[in-house]
Design a protein around this ligand. Structure first.
Ligand SMILES: [Zn+2]
Length: 483
């Protein structure tokens, strides 16, 4: 908690650039593949040669509409590409093609998972989602600067939120939810390290109770969710301190310096570019056929917010459990494939969150590579429910299944893990233990209840650890009582 947080409230809006998962760039056929040798994915169009014509990649439209519908936006039947004019070495045309006045998607909202006790999900409204092309990348070597145009013309979707966020933690939650949605929808891989998910934050502060917005700064260069949260927290504190000291906040762009943990002024907005936007004359207006929107609606997968609600409402999971299980689609799909036929959904959720995710993390491989088929885990848990095996035996079997790839039945049989529930066999073992320990039996009957655990342990040992503990308890109680 900041020292000023009782007096001041932060107002945060986020702009996210997300690379769309297409094979080809937005206005030419060049590959979007990451990590190729510099300037190997370029052509006259994306390197900005004169006299070339851009051709719009329709796949971009489908992906962006998918995200727009998922975020409850209004999809514009007609939108426009503009030229955003500025000079920079990574922009050979001298302008970026972007949507400005008439974007593809308007309005909408993202629902954040609620924390327990804070009144449920938080809605963050969106201003818009628009399409644009990425620029190239400047690489600064010690003796020269170089430009790689492989990124130039890669399709981007810019998602702009209203200033509805109030804390760095909420900003982090918003970004995680957005990334999770993009991955569920297969619209973007959301990879921050490769630059396919980038975020800029607009931050201002105002005295609590004030409705007028303070002067905002724009914070850039945040390469992870943690950086975003740290940078915003720093910026809130810096602004509150400046106001306390009687200073004026200047509208400017600031860069996050992760090594020093501070934001530094990059440029003042007073010298901001005039981009002289005008409609791109080489591209016709973007027309969205109504049946395309309908078709995308039909093909929409279930999203994390809906799954969370179902896990909490129908299965009785906690908000935390629902959050962990739905953050990544492969984990959630796995859980969904484990539960058919099981009564105890909570136990299955715990199993996936602990045993399965641990096996995945320890192996460093993907879920499908590291964990047994979900139906086999379901079969294993079904045996626990039916008391055919104990929970500990299930853990032993699971570890073996991860290594061997064999099924639940075969593994349990092979390792001899079946639990003995035969009451006669258990009664015989109880009799033996009671006969062998007459002194302890006498002590127990004289009132030393604590000895009960000792007898259970002895019987379990005699049966090789495989007896049903519930039946041992019942039989022993009866026999020790003298029945
Ligand atoms: Zn190209």
């Amino acid at each position: 908690m900041s020292v000023h947080s009782e007096k001041y409230e932060a107002v945060i809006g986020l702009e996210v650039h997300s690379q769309l998962l297409t094979q080809a760039k937005i206005f030419c056929g060049c590959s979007t593949e990451f990590g190729a040798a510099p300037n190997t994915h370029v052509c006259p169009v994306c390197s900005g040669m004169p006299g070339v014509l851009p051709v719009f990649n329709r796949r971009v439209l489908e992906l962006a509409i998918r995200m727009g519908l998922a975020a409850h936006c209004k999809v514009a039947p007609r939108s426009i590409f503009d030229r955003k004019n500025y000079f920079y070495p990574d922009l050979p045309k001298g302008y970026q093609i972007s949507q400005y006045e008439t974007p593809l998607c308007l309005g909408g909202y993202i629902e954040l998972p609620g924390e327990a006790g804070d009144g449920g999900p938080v809605r963050v409204r969106l201003v818009r989602i628009h399409l644009e092309e990425d620029a190239g990348k400047n690489i600064h070597a010690p003796d020269c600067s170089l430009v790689d145009f492989n990124r130039s013309g890669v399709p981007l979707m810019e998602i702009v939120s209203e200033p509805d966020l109030r804390t760095p933690e909420q900003a982090g939650a918003y970004l995680r939810e957005l990334r999770s949605m993009l991955r569920y929808l297969e619209v973007s891989d959301g990879n921050m390290e490769e630059g396919s998910f980038r975020c800029d934050a607009n931050v201002s502060v105002r005295p609590r109770g004030e409705s007028k917005l303070g002067v905002k700064t724009e914070v850039k260069n945040m390469n992870s969710f943690r950086h975003v949260e740290h940078a915003i927290a720093y910026e809130i504190e810096r602004q509150a301190e400046a106001i306390e000291a009687g200073e004026r906040i200047v509208q400017e762009t600031r860069l996050w310096d992760p090594d020093r943990g501070v934001t530094r002024s990059m440029r003042s907005k007073e010298h901001a570019h005039d981009y002289r936007y005008f409609p791109e004359p080489d591209l016709p207006p973007l027309i969205v056929p109504p049946d395309l929107v309908e078709q995308i609606k039909v093909e929409m997968p279930e999203l994390p917010a809906s799954r969370r609600a179902r896990y909490i409402g129908d299965m009785g999971l906690t908000p935390y459990e629902a959050q962990v299980l739905t953050a990544e689609r492969d984990v959630s799909d796995y859980f969904e494939a484990v539960i058919p036929g099981l009564n105890n959904r909570k136990a299955a959720a715990n199993w996936v969150m602990t045993e399965v995710l641990r096996a995945v993390h320890e192996s460093g491989r993907s879920l499908t590579e590291a964990a047994p088929a979900p139906a086999e885990v379901g079969a294993l848990l079904k045996m626990v429910e039916g008391t055919t095996i104990s929970l500990n035996a299930a853990k032993t079997a699971f570890a073996a299944m991860c290594k061997s790839g064999k099924g639940a039945q075969a593994t349990v049989a092979e390792l001899g893990l079946l639990q003995v529930s035969d009451e006669a066999a258990i009664a015989a073992a109880c009799d033996k233990v009671i006969d062998a320990e007459p002194d302890k039996v006498a002590e127990y009957r004289a009132g030393r209840d604590k000895l009960f655990g000792f007898f259970v342990g002895q019987v379990m040992k005699a049966m090789g650890g495989k007896a049903n503990p519930k039946i041992i308890n019942e039989v022993l109680k009866r026999k020790l009582a003298g029945a």
